[in-house]
Design a protein around this ligand. Sequence first.
Ligand code: AMP
Length: 604
Amino acid sequence: MEKQSELRFGDFALAEPLQRAVAELGYEQPSPIQAQSIPPLLAGHDVIGLAQTGTGKTAAFALPLLSRVDCAMRSPQILVLAPTRELAIQVAEAMQGYARYLPGFHVLPIYGGQSMGLQLKQLQRGVQVVVGTPGRIQDHLRRGTLRLEKLQAVVLDEADEMLRMGFIDAVEDILQHTPDSRQIALFSATMPAAIHRIARTYLRNPVEIRIQSATKTVSAIRQRYWQVSGTHKLDALTRILEVEDSNAWIIFVRTKTATVELAERLEARGYACGTLNGDMSQALREQTIERLKSGQLDIVIATDVAARGLDVERITHVINYDIPNDTEAYIHRIGRTGRAGRKGEAILFVAPRERHLLKAIERATGQTIEPMHLPSLADVADRRMAQFKDQLAEILEGEDLSPFETLIAEFQKESNVGLGEIAAALAFWVQKDKPLLPAAEKTPPPILEAASSGGRRRERPRAGESRPVREGPIRAPSGGGEEGPMGLYRLEVGEQHGAQIKNIVGAIANESGLPSRMIRKVRIQAEHSTVELPADLHASVLEHLRKTRVCGRPLQIRPLSGGEESGSKKEEARTLRRAPARSAQQSPKKELSRDSTRKRERMK
Ligand code: AMP
């Protein structure tokens, strides 16, 4: 591991445009699977890699294989077989990203369920890489619409999944259609006998790659994870930052670009934070670490490379904002807390499709990582109020207030109001910039056009505007009827993908900024869902929602006419009618009183 940690992408003989793309993506160093796969693949060897999604395996095969692609030639040179259309799209998108500086490069995802005509048109235009599910690739081979004579390499991605899904014969059939000279890379999380047989039959002296991870004890550190759902990661992070009892934090992300982006976004929310990444000079890194040590800085966003060996006793919390590519990195990251025999807290954000990485980490550490509940807005309010009271008590105890007492007495005489009211007005004043009762965090893109079109009011403040605190949690609920016409929309995610009403409502609310009362009648069908949203959603919001993912799939949202929906009504569907009158900010208020009572009891 230590030897690998010194490796850089520049150490590989990757083509220059690929090096440039990797640098731009902000990858600092190859992940273990990349370190081991890139050299043999570049040298033309066949490879068997025991690795799962999330370990960086796409780049592990894409970078070396793309290094040899001839973009002047418009016939498929690389074929990637993947078990699901979701993975095929994901891999195709990643390859497009890595090949961004290869002029004339085209990659085509091919999967069942998509129009054959569209695929044909794109194949005729000419592509260098095809990423597809075995069934549909076989269809094209049979029809003669996909020709593989010029193929240099085949990648079998998630081979064990393809086996489980009954694609193994199709995979063999496709392999038999490829030239003998082709190179094969086979990736699989496990090695069942049938996959072994494929490897023995079709791969030539393959280099076998297995990522070993040592078991280590990290017992002084409490480890929790939050399953990313509904709430945006950034919102979740700020709630955690507010509510946890902490001293200093280190937040890990995957790339150096992400360190800067996250720092900027946290700063926009009022958190002072530093960054540690491989682009910074040693002097600058040391300066940041000094500021963290001395307490001038409480939050640092870091990459694995830049935080190696970091030893700052004040760090109480490690947040894995992006899950690490391998278990070694996780063990290293969380070891930045719990220094010098102290206790530490480690929190891991896990997206649904990263759950297998969570399991791998648990296996490697031999410890269970507990699920955590995200603090509610009410918890945040509770915490702010407790801090407010502490501060008041501190001031009453430690400061000479006599000049102010005279001033207040004078004001009370002049205005004839009670001391309680005056104190409340002062409290309102001091918390204006950071309301004690936080409004929903998100400042989304404008969704509803301002008054001119239909006299509709804007739903949320624009960036930089603050909502007067009294308007928030105690505002009377507004009726559903005033909002204007609603329309029906189709989403390409359904029950069979694991979609649930809460994921859909959460994702739409977070990504569009629509209040939840305007997300109605979610019906989950087998392969898709429908939802009612305002009929006049702004084009930019629709575009954003089209790409928003639920259960790993882009929503591909599109408005439906009434007729299109009627057939699907017969399908079995679960329906949710959202309570029209509930404002997004009501529930925190209810929870608030309950939580404050709880906390007060704890404090007694
Ligand atoms: P994969 O296992 O290919 O699905 O990759 C998982 C995630 O890791 C993707 O978001 C990649 O962009 C990211 N990734 C891959 N390689 C690296 C690397 N060397 N450094 C940082 N992030 C990476």
